[in-house]
Design a protein around this ligand. Structure first.
Ligand code: DAH
Length: 340
């Protein structure tokens, strides 16, 4: 019996060394500890042994040894599997760049910032204003009384409580004048809304940037100087513009400042309603009624205002043919502005 156990120990040791995965370990366990395994047959062999006590102890010790070594080996195997997994997992490195695709600024944001920079360098403050305003701010304070025909061009979305989505950034003029008084230099970009049918150059949601300068002795030449400076700084090249009279109840005189269509070079295309020109920055000398309504002393002060079409500016600057692309949320279109 003793010798048989010694032989089994030896062959178990050899087989264990070769069992490097959990399946072969399990086979080994069955071979030695299973119902018909070696340990079981040793027990059966006890019948023929004279010193059953000693032989029984030897078998038990062998059984314990086999059990212990198999469970040791399977624990080591599990640990090795986990260690390999950890090794193969990518190490966390806080200095690595995130793998996520970087986003980009919206072209309107890019254009806004560029214009803001130009005006800030000329001493203008940047203001922000609500998108929901009342009739007074949007129209009446701007010399557009109820039932004035100028309202026809600015149909918008009305709320149940009588408020409305602002149709132009001019809606903040009254608030800005009351906030700063005179003298004043401010720009205020914002989102505007109109109930319009859309096409390549019209959207129901678009951006403008309003500007106001109020001081003593402000004249049309100041207005022209600031507009020219802004355009040459923003386009970094000479762009063809034209100034023509325009009517807006809140300015007198009023002008339309048009830019030669950069998409077609002036030949006419859907982006410019086939006219070759785009109304970019209507402007004018602020009407005395508007100044008075803002609490400004019209004996002492005068000023100019402009309403730059930021969305149109971005179209011309970046060659975007269809205004609707800006609100499309199309990553294919927007991702092109990453490098700008
Ligand atoms: N608010 C006008 C519009 O959206 C544009 C405008 C015209 C603004 C003349 C001005 C201005 O400040 O002086 O149609």
């Amino acid at each position: 019996m003793k010798q048989r156990i010694e032989e089994l120990k030896k062959s178990f040791g050899e087989a264990l060394a070769l069992s490097t995965d959990s399946a072969s370990l399990e086979n080994l366990r069955v071979e030695y500890l299973g119902k018909k395994g070696h340990v079981a047959s040793l027990m059966q062999g006890l019948r023929d042994v004279s010193d059953k006590r000693e032989a029984g102890q030897l078998i038990n010790a062998f059984k314990n040894e086999v059990e212990g070594k198999i469970s040791e080996a399977s624990e080591a195997l599990q640990a090795a599997i986990i260690a390999a997994k950890v090794r193969s997992a990518r190490k966390y490195n806080p200095t690595l760049k995130p793998e996520r695709e970087l986003g980009s600024y919206h072209p309107i944001t890019l254009a806004t910032r560029e214009v803001e920079e130009v005006f800030v360098s000329m001493g203008f403050a940047i203001e922000n204003y609500d998108e929901i305003v009342d009739d007074y701010k949007c129209f009446e304070a701007l010399n557009i009384p109820k039932h004035h025909p100028a309202r026809d061009m600015q149909d918008t979305y009305y709320l149940d409580n009588g408020q409305l989505l602002k149709t132009h950034t001019s809606a903040a003029q009254n608030y800005i004048m009351k906030k700063y008084g005179a003298p004043l230099r401010a720009i205020f970009p914002g989102r505007c809304f109109r109930n319009e049918s859309t096409d390549a150059c019209h959207e129901n949601t678009f951006f403008q940037m309003e500007g106001m300068m109020i001081d003593e002795d402000i004249s049309i030449s100041n207005l022209i100087y600031f507009m020219k400076t802004m355009l040459s700084e923003v386009f970094h090249r000479d762009v063809k513009v034209r100034l023509r009279p325009g009517f807006f109840p809140f300015v007198e005189p009023g002008f339309e400042l048009d830019i030669n269509c950069e998409i077609c070079g002036g030949a006419g295309c859907p982006s410019c309603k086939n006219s070759g020109w785009l109304e970019l920055c209507p402007c004018g000398m602020i009407h005395p009624n508007v100044l008075k309504e803002g609490g400004i002393d019209t004996e002492k002060y005068s000023g100019f205002a402009f309403g730059l079409g930021l969305t149109r500016l971005a179209m011309m600057k970046y060659g975007v043919k269809d205004i609707r692309d800006f609100n499309s949320g199309s990553l294919k279109a927007l991702s092109q502005f990453k490098s700008i």
